[in-house]
Write a protein of this length. Structure first.
Length: 304
């Protein structure tokens, strides 16, 4: 069952086509990521789905509503966490959440939200005294106040340190297990790879690829990387013949190959026969970030 259906969505600003014929679906309970560089049309698309921006054309259904006409009945079913939000600085965390939950007929208890986002030790703290990461967690709690069926997350971990980002990812996993549908926009490709069931990659307002992270990686046919340190004084010219492209930078060897198993076998056999230690020898498959850069015209490998 689809929570979001988008068909041939268009939106222009004067002569600039921000979104041009975008189509995708998001299933109930799915974490779906919209990826793309600045200007790709992500923000415009999400604001149309949230009901804050009109569309020029196309069909949009979110939880069975047209966001443009759904009104309060629609807004009570969704939660929105913006990239940045303003707060009344003099409220405490608990007071602000009590105020927010009072606006909904269906809601989470404030103490439950405080515990869920890891602010139990800051419940009585005024907003003005919170750190940036704590404010971001408060953003998320406010977005969840109305117990939404669908949560829009715009760059949810911007400004988080690595530990805080991991805690936020765990929270999003918990929401997924509770059945919440999540539409995520992020510039952290690792975040999309970790969280998203599927992702759509946008470029210049158009869809260029869609699928699970593994499917997107496979679509791009990118090479794996074999890396290691070449021991001195062995020159790179003595490496065995390989199927991949070899580059040597200050004794650091990188092999970009579509046959990682064969090339790794040749390299390790060559090193063993010569009693050489290939320090830091690793074989890494292409990542979602590699696929993203390839799809959006970034500096990905050109060995397709």
């Amino acid at each position: 069952m689809a929570a979001i259906v988008v068909q041939d969505l268009t939106r222009s600003y004067g002569s600039v086509r921000a979104v041009g014929g975008l189509s995708f679906t998001v299933e109930v309970g799915e974490v779906f990521a919209l990826l793309g560089p600045n200007g790709a049309g992500k923000t415009t698309s999400v604001e149309i789905l949230e009901g804050y921006r009109p569309r020029d054309g196309g069909h949009v259904s979110v939880l069975g509503f047209d966001p443009a006409t759904g009104g309060r009945a629609y807004r009570e079913r969704i939660g929105i966490v913006l990239q940045s939000a303003g707060f009344e600085e003099e409220f405490t965390v608990r007071e602000l959440l009590r105020l927010q939950t009072s606006l909904f007929t269906r809601f989470h208890q404030p103490e439950e939200l405080i515990e869920l986002v890891g602010l139990a030790d800051r419940a009585g703290t005024r907003v003005k005294a919170l750190s940036g990461g704590q404010r971001r967690r408060l953003d998320l709690a406010l977005g969840l106040a109305g117990a939404p069926d669908l949560l829009f997350l715009d760059e949810p971990t911007t400004g988080f340190d690595p530990a805080a980002r991991l805690r936020a990812w765990d929270l999003i996993d918990r929401l997924r297990r509770l059945g919440t549908t999540i539409l995520l926009t992020t510039h952290y490709i690792e975040e999309a790879q970790r969280l998203a069931d599927r992702a759509a990659v946008l470029r210049s307002g158009r869809l260029v690829a869609m699928g699970s992270p593994d499917e997107l990686e496979a679509q791009c046919h990118l090479p794996s990387r074999i890396t290691f340190a070449l021991p001195a004084p062995v020159p790179g010219s003595e490496l065995p013949p390989l199927t991949g492209r070899v580059s040597v930078d200050d004794r650091r060897v990188t092999v970009r190959t579509h046959d990682a198993l064969a090339d790794a076998y040749r390299l390790t056999g060559w090193a063993t026969a010569r009693d050489l230690d290939l320090t830091g020898f690793t074989v890494a498959p292409p990542t979602l970030e590699d696929a993203y850069l390839s799809l959006t015209g970034g500096p990905a490998d050109d060995d397709h």
